[in-house]
Design a protein around this ligand. Sequence first.
Ligand SMILES: Cc1cc2nc3c(=O)[nH]c(=O)nc-3n(C[C@H](O)[C@H](O)[C@H](O)COP(=O)(O)OP(=O)(O)OC[C@H]3O[C@@H](n4cnc5c(N)ncnc54)[C@H](O)[C@@H]3O)c2cc1C
Ligand SMILES: NC(=O)c1ccc[n+]([C@@H]2O[C@H](COP(=O)([O-])OP(=O)(O)OC[C@H]3O[C@@H](n4cnc5c(N)ncnc54)[C@H](O)[C@@H]3O)[C@@H](O)[C@H]2O)c1
Length: 468
Amino acid sequence: MPAQDVDVVVVGMGPGGEHVASRLARAGLTVVGVEARLLGGECPYYACVPTKMMVRAAETLAEARRVDGLAGSAETRPDFGPVAARIRREATDDWDDEVAVRRFADAGGRFVRGRGRITAPGEATVTTSDGEQVFRARRAIVLNPGTEPSAPPVAGLAEVPYWTNRDAVAAERPPESLLVLGAGPVGCEFAQVFARFGSRVTVLEVKPRLVAAEEPEASRILTEVFRAEGVDVRTGVKVRRFDHDGAGGGFTATLESGEELKAQRLLVAAGRRTDLAALGVGVLGVDDQAATLAVDERMRLAPGVWAVGDVTGRGAFTHVSMYQARIAAADILGEGGHGKDGDGEVADYRAVPRVTFTDPEIGSVGLTEAAARERGLTVRTGQTDLSTSARGWIHRSGHPGLVKVVEDAERGVLVGATVVGPYGGEVLGALAVAVHGEVPTSRLRRMMFAYPTFHRAIESAVDDLASS
Ligand SMILES: Cc1cc2nc3c(=O)[nH]c(=O)nc-3n(C[C@H](O)[C@H](O)[C@H](O)COP(=O)(O)OP(=O)(O)OC[C@H]3O[C@@H](n4cnc5c(N)ncnc54)[C@H](O)[C@@H]3O)c2cc1C
Ligand SMILES: NC(=O)c1ccc[n+]([C@@H]2O[C@H](COP(=O)([O-])OP(=O)(O)OC[C@H]3O[C@@H](n4cnc5c(N)ncnc54)[C@H](O)[C@@H]3O)[C@@H](O)[C@H]2O)c1
């Protein structure tokens, strides 16, 4: 089949790819959007949206269990049915992307379902169920392939029918018992959800703490909450091998210590992987054995090629992908903007916010204390216990938490902050503005914080800076 000339080819239609493709199509360019699975990517079908529906349901159970001692008594009879139905009907349309495909067509784009790769500079080849289509992109190729769940090299793991996030969001009922391998955000969110719906959950983490990328104080609080809710937290453990008894006996994890742990299901949440060689970036002279694509501040990878999203390694979050997509689209369109050199917006990662939607939520922005020290900054930190703040005390149950701020003491501005607690991700908003806007801490200290809100604890944390 002869090559087809178009303006833009977008390979991978995750949140960032969809955003760039739609924006460019609406601007009048001829855009082909290529997606191997579902248009919209991981976030709406297997990640953010369905997991947050699970989290929302699980937190209502937890709140109901807090009625005792505050408002009488309440009995809960957990039923996962409404959660599974909501994910199937409202979130994913039964894992059907027809609505998204129509939305893209309405924006003026052309959708091709298939697997794309770069086959020459300015050329992308798509393998579809009907064969191959070759596109020559006059203006741009944009890569947004996202990541796949990865499986660590543990003996036996490749042979057992473990779950990834994609299976877990499609669960019709909670497993009786669940082993979770990996305690990053994915493992922790699922562990708490299923435990609250009655699963006996064991978390196995090789690092010494849960959510190890976050402040150690956050890990400590989460560990205490998990254990109080009956989750068996095993940190600093190595699994020697996994076995599965096909006759219904379930999974066995044998630890290095020789201890055997059994469960009906195994969820592997041990990180993500990319496959740059399959994307064909080698023909551009880009290292295709690397884990991520090193793009510049306008998401440019090579002449005529941009990349956005998790594959760039700048934070595996939907909001990062969408932010990068906005910058890439403006760059492709040659739009001027408010960038530092007046030549279009450039990416700034100083204030990347992240929220792990456990209860308590762990919201953070910018650098942790350890990361700030690694950068050689003169660091001062301030902290306050949320449970002893006025609002935390009033809240009483479900109130463990803290606010921690990290200051570059030489410049007198916050470079990072963490909020653990009820609505921690929302309270974080104020601190994200402070880090993004480089608001002097002296000025934050003179600000008023409404009484008695959770965010008022920011004042105590900022005051505490002086004493460290
Ligand atoms: C369980 C879970 C929960 C999460 N929760 C949150 C959350 O609450 N908040 C948050 O901000 N982030 C969350 N994330 C992360 C979030 O899902 C990703 O950061 C987000 O999806 C952005 O990814 P992306 O734009 O890089 O592409 P993705 O969403 O990964 O999509 C990439 C798409 O490209 C397609 N593709 C890949 N290669 C090709 C190819 N060669 N040809 C054609 N198509 C291809 C894939 O099929 C995929 O659909 C979560 C992740 C997981 C796993
Ligand atoms: N709320 C959110 O925004 C949200 C939620 C989920 C995921 N995400 C994004 O998705 C990305 C992937 O999340 P994730 O939790 O899968 O990955 P992760 O890399 O954050 O965590 C994986 C964990 O698995 C552990 N691990 C790896 N091999 C192991 C082994 N053999 N035994 C025991 N533990 C092992 C690692 O030490 C690590 O703690 C994250 O970087 C995050 O940005 C975001």
